[in-house]
Design a protein around this ligand. Structure first.
Ligand code: TTP
Length: 673
């Protein structure tokens, strides 16, 4: 790739964008970078008064965002990324740092302070390079920089301000505006990198990458920070974690061979400064090394066996880091072929082999209402449980013991009681009961999965074969009982995931919402709880609306109403926010476009679309819950957040925010352009 050779250098590496910002995603995706998105959980709450200059705050926040993801991935995602990129954009005016407005009044305060003035937009960027060592520790090297762009706003009238605020655009953007969209109309001039304002200084980033991968100089001249974390423990804590804002923001690197970018002028500022200095405590040693990071990667890494390995050779123009990791991989492969299987590999495989047995044990205990019984009557023995659930003593004992081994039950003196997990999720009457979902898995998915081989060979769902009827007939075209079972399954997942989705974004600007295919109204109910001024219409098939009455006492709420209809054929109820929760993944491309076109037709600019699905990782390597679900899906397909984002964009909806909720469903909020 002549245009940007450095992007191709990253091919084959696990690059992670530690950001939920759709703008950053788009900027990096547009230049062909392949990466996964793992939004950071770092809360942007650093004390601003501790920082001498605003950009120090942005750089430190970017660093914390990236490090949080770099630390989390080996534990939660069971893989170590090669590179994690974090960024933070802030707007500064009159000595104040403006981040994202919390509500409309905050947006007004910010935008009126920018009216008629020039202000600075800083994006701090942190690149964390992760090197997995043989002893399972991870070496982290940190490259940090920032970019400043100056922007001048025209004088903004009150009408203009409020019209802009009411468009909804300011809410998820630093300073309360988006220069790339309606906010562009407020801007008189921009001095510096435009993309820096949008959230990511692409040019500066590429320069840094090329410094990392194309230039190496003596390691003694150039040092980046190294943070050592152990991924062995359950709570690895980086020694480097706290900001040290009192350290001067610039440091001199007289002998550095890395060219310092041209200095700023008042009208066109293009700063490249070293950012903060940090104390780095190396594992296995008490010595503290204080270093200034000058966006450099070449460092000495101290191996645990005491050898000092030079990562960089000044004559070598290819990356020494790549060379080193390639060598490691080569050696690992040979070692693994010859040696005995590792304990953890055997454990992992046994777990997978036995997975179906564990599922079926759970399904059976759930069907026999063992968890309900032991909630009412804790401390029963196997014979008593067997008698209550009308099962053999021998079989019941085996089942109860298996449930103990799976952490679902506790036993004492051969009597049994529920664990907390069973009490909260497995009882059929608990608030967050997954009982309905478990029954659906047992009744519908279990038979489908036992025909998985034919499904894979033939490339389509085996519903017809398995249930001796056409796909989907087991849900809405069959017995009342089957319909209720299906609704129960939807209801239980919505109960567990509803709050996370409903509270994922600030939707306070929307007063009327319509949950398409909203089933029992559980998500609608959560939305009204989270947004006290919102009324939600649940739009679903007549049979569903009729049966949903049985669930209504559970969610009596006069701001939730039900309308019967078919979203492919009938007119959609009017609303300024539409909700699609667990709908799109199950539709063919054709149906999906029909539905999205219908929604787009009734949406005015500024209207919202709240999508809730499992979002696949960008490289489709997980989560397995989403990928396994795809194996039994009849018509649709699972997608990543970017794929959904592009799909919705093709119908005029711009993605404003994405949330990986860490619950059963993720969420995306889009605004009609
Ligand atoms: C000034 C300005 C900011 N922005 C956006 C870029 C960023 O997404 C956002 C600033 O918030 P950030 O906190 O930098 O980023 P984020 O919360 O969107 O994502 P994450 O923390 O997960 O990385 O403002 C614009 O889109 N246009 C603009 O003109």
């Amino acid at each position: 790739m002549v245009l940007n050779p450095v992007i191709s250098k990253l091919a084959g590496k696990l690059v992670v964008l530690a950001s939920a910002s759709p703008r950053r995603l788009e900027i990096l995706r547009n230049v062909g970078l392949r990466f996964e998105v793992v939004p950071s959980w770092f809360k942007e709450t650093l004390d601003k008064s501790l920082f001498k200059a605003p950009y120090e705050y942005a750089v430190e926040t970017a660093k914390q965002k990236a490090l949080e993801v770099a630390r989390r991935m080996p534990i939660k995602h069971l893989k170590t990324p090669d590179i994690v990129i974090g960024a933070d954009t802030i707007v500064t005016v009159d000595g104040l740092i403006l981040e994202k407005p919390v509500d409309k009044h905050d947006a007004y305060r910010m935008l009126s302070s920018l009216s008629g003035k020039e202000h600075s937009v800083y994006t701090g960027v942190a690149i964390v390079l992760c090197h997995e060592k043989e002893n399972e520790e991870v070496d982290y090297q940190l490259i940090q920089f920032y970019e400043e762009t100056k922007v001048k706003f025209a004088d903004l009238s009150e009408d203009m301000l409020w019209e802009y605020i009411n468009s909804g655009e300011p809410m998820d953007k630093a300073g309360g505006y988006g220069i790339q969209a309606l906010g562009g109309m407020l801007v008189e001039y921009v001095h510096g990198d435009f993309l820096n304002v949008v959230g990511f200084p692409l040019n500066h980033f590429c320069k840094q990458l090329s410094l990392i991968y194309n230039h190496c100089t003596s390691s003694s001249d150039q040092k980046s920070e190294s943070v050592h974390l152990s991924v062995n423990g359950t709570h690895p804590t980086p020694v480097l974690s706290q900001p040290t804002p009192s350290v001067p923001a610039q440091s001199s690197h007289g002998s550095s061979s890395i060219p310092k970018p041209s200095s700023s002028s008042s009208s066109q500022t293009h700063h490249t400064h070293c950012s903060l200095a940090h104390k780095v405590k190396r594992k296995g040693s008490d010595s503290e090394v204080s270093q200034s990071s000058w966006m450099l990667v070449n460092s000495l890494s101290k191996h645990t066996d005491g050898r000092e390995a030079k990562l960089c050779n000044s004559e070598n123009t290819t990356s020494p880091l790549i060379t080193r990791s390639e060598q490691l991989i080569e050696r690992d492969v040979t070692e693994h072929e010859d040696s005995e299987p590792r304990k953890e590999d055997l454990e992992r495989i046994s777990e997978l082999i036995d997975g179906f047995k564990a599922s079926k044990a759970l399904f059976t205990a759930s069907r026999l209402r063992v968890f309900d019984l032991l909630h009412r009557m804790p401390g029963l023995d196997a014979a008593q449980v067997g008698q209550e659930v009308k099962a053999s003593v021998k079989g019941t004992e085996c089942l109860l013991e298996a449930c103990v081994s799976l952490g679902l039950l506790k036993s004492k003196d051969r009597t049994y009681e529920n664990t907390d997990l069973a009490t909260s999720l497995l009882r059929s009457d608990s608030c967050f009961s997954l009982h309905g979902h478990i029954q659906h898995c047992d009744d519908t998915l279990w038979p489908l999965f036992s025909h998985l081989e034919s499904a894979v060979e033939e490339g389509h769902s085996q519903r017809e074969k398995v249930f001796s009827r056409k796909p989907k007939e087991d849900t809405f075209h069959n017995s009342q009982e089957a319909k209720l079972r299906f609704m129960n399954a939807m209801h239980s997942v919505a109960k567990v995931a509803g709050k996370s989705v409903a509270t994922a974004f600030d939707l306070s600007r929307y007063k009327t919402a319509c949950d398409l295919g909203g089933c029992t109204g559980t998500m609608a109910c959560e939305l009204t709880k989270a947004h006290p001024e919102m009324s939600v219409t649940v739009f679903d098939l007549p049979a569903v609306v009729e049966l949903s009455e049985r669930f209504r006492p559970l969610q009596s709420n006069n701001r939730v109403s039900f309308v019967a209809g078919d979203f492919f054929q009938d007119e959609l109820p009017k609303a300024d926010l539409y909700i699609l929760a667990r709908i799109l993944h199950d539709l063919t491309d054709e149906k999906l476009h029909i539905l999205l076109s219908k929604i787009a037709d009734v949406c005015k600019p500024g209207c919202g679309l709240l999508l809730s699905e499992i979002f696949l990782d960008e490289d489709r390597s997980g989560p397995s819950r989403g990928l396994l679900q795809a194996l039994s899906m009849s018509e649709g397909k699972q997608r990543s957040a970017t794929e959904y984002s592009l799909l919705l964009k093709s119908h005029g909806f711009n993605t404003a925010q994405i949330r990986h909720t860490d619950n059963l469903l993720d969420a995306m909020f889009c605004i009609k352009a």
